[in-house]
Design a protein around this ligand. Structure first.
Ligand code: PMV
Length: 362
């Protein structure tokens, strides 16, 4: 099985010049959700996501050769210009976990400076953008030191593999427009180990899609995704869920190829509500939706019924509603959002996002 462990990737420290690498990497929104995992972030079912644009993480990785033979990874860490102990611990633990893939990390003094484009407490999961940005920095550093990842396809695949080890959903953020993750007979070359680019497999309408993120609550959620995934292990509906996701993948791929927005919307909403239904029907059960989330869902469905506009919603593992629609109806939808949904948002705030071109090195 592909594991990228490579004891040969060590440097002659005397020859390494100090340097720095910066990547900007976006969040992504799963249309078919990844919920349930095994092993080291291996998904129980394939997932498909849209890559976002304005919700991103910037990450700078600076490095210089260590002056001592100390083997522990040496890391200084800054989040929005401030040292941040808990985040540093997470990143350090992750770097230790990938030190067999990038053994040269033990030979360098590292500094990470990072920040998100979206407000820290917007209730938006930042792990996909952050972990993909970090994986991209590590692969760029490997390439800088060893010129090993010349081929773009190989660079992306390794970045996606490494991002997955940090946070499963992060492996999909590496690719522009849309990404597919998980072994499936429906997608050639698909794997549980990394995601694949899907931009060429989908209708152009999805390249102009918008995702307004309506902030119902910015409180940190009471139950983490890690715990949520683990509750799927003994969930009474687990097998049915995984089979259902595989069935939906087939119909979603067809709909996205054709630009069939009605089927797309049905699947997106069914997946969003299935994710929350799984949380509510697990043991222990929990509810992340808020009354205003449900009110928004009703209003979106009523608006669609009345106007026939192809808008739909999705949800992540939290109460905030993602409103999805093609760019060509943005003016009409903006009026609807401002009049009917914004008053239901915490501090009347929402984030405008849209499908984007994936990470960029800056
Ligand atoms: O990548 P994780 O472990 O944070 O899990 C993410 C799970 C969902 O966001 C709810 C669904 C998904 O596929 O992104």
């Amino acid at each position: 099985m592909l594991d990228y462990k490579n004891p040969g990737l060590v440097v002659e420290t005397a020859k390494v010049e100090p340097g720095e690498i910066t990547w900007r990497s976006p969040a992504n929104l799963a249309i078919i959700k990844y919920w349930g995992k095994h092993g080291v972030q291996l998904p129980r079912n394939p997932s498909l996501s849209l890559t976002l644009s304005s919700s991103f993480t910037d990450m700078l990785l600076a490095y210089k050769p260590k002056e001592t033979g100390e083997r522990d990874i040496a890391l200084d860490f800054f989040f929005h210009q401030e040292p941040n102990g808990p985040f540093r611990e997470k990143v350090l633990k992750f770097l230790e976990s990938v030190a067999d893939i990038f053994p040269f990390l033990r030979q360098l003094d590292l500094t990470v400076k990072t920040g998100n484009s979206f407000p820290h407490s917007a209730g938006i999961a930042s792990s996909a953008s952050a972990m993909s940005a970090l994986a991209l920095c590590l692969c760029s550093l490997e390439h800088e030191l060893f010129e090993t990842l010349e081929d773009d396809g190989e660079f992306d695949r390794k970045s996606s593999f490494v991002a997955r080890l940090g946070s499963g959903s992060a492996c999909r953020s590496i690719f522009p427009v849309a990404a597919f993750w998980g072994a499936s007979g429906q997608v050639h070359d698909s794997s549980d180990l990394y995601a694949l680019p899907m931009a060429d497999e989908i209708h152009p309408v999805f390249k102009e899609f918008h995702d307004d993120i309506l902030i119902v609550s910015s409180e940190a959620k009471q139950v983490s995704s890690r715990v949520g995934h683990s509750l799927m292990e003994h969930h009474p509906f687990a097998d049915t869920r995984y089979a259902d996701a595989r069935r939906k993948i087939h119909f979603l791929l067809q709909a996205m190829k054709k630009g069939d927005l009605e089927t797309f919307g049905q699947i997106a909403e069914s997946e969003a509500l299935t994710l929350h239904a799984l949380m509510m029907s697990g043991n222990p059960s929990y509810v992340l939706l808020k009354p205003n989330t449900l009110e928004m869902i009703e209003r979106v469905r009523r608006y669609r019924e009345e106007t026939k506009h192809p808008i739909c919603f999705s949800l992540d593992a939290g109460p905030n509603l993602h409103l999805l629609y093609p760019g060509e109806i943005i003016h009409e939808v903006r009026v609807f959002v401002d009049e009917e949904l914004m008053p239901l948002c915490e501090k009347e705030s929402y984030l405008e996002d849209w499908v984007g071109e994936g990470p960029v090195q800056i």
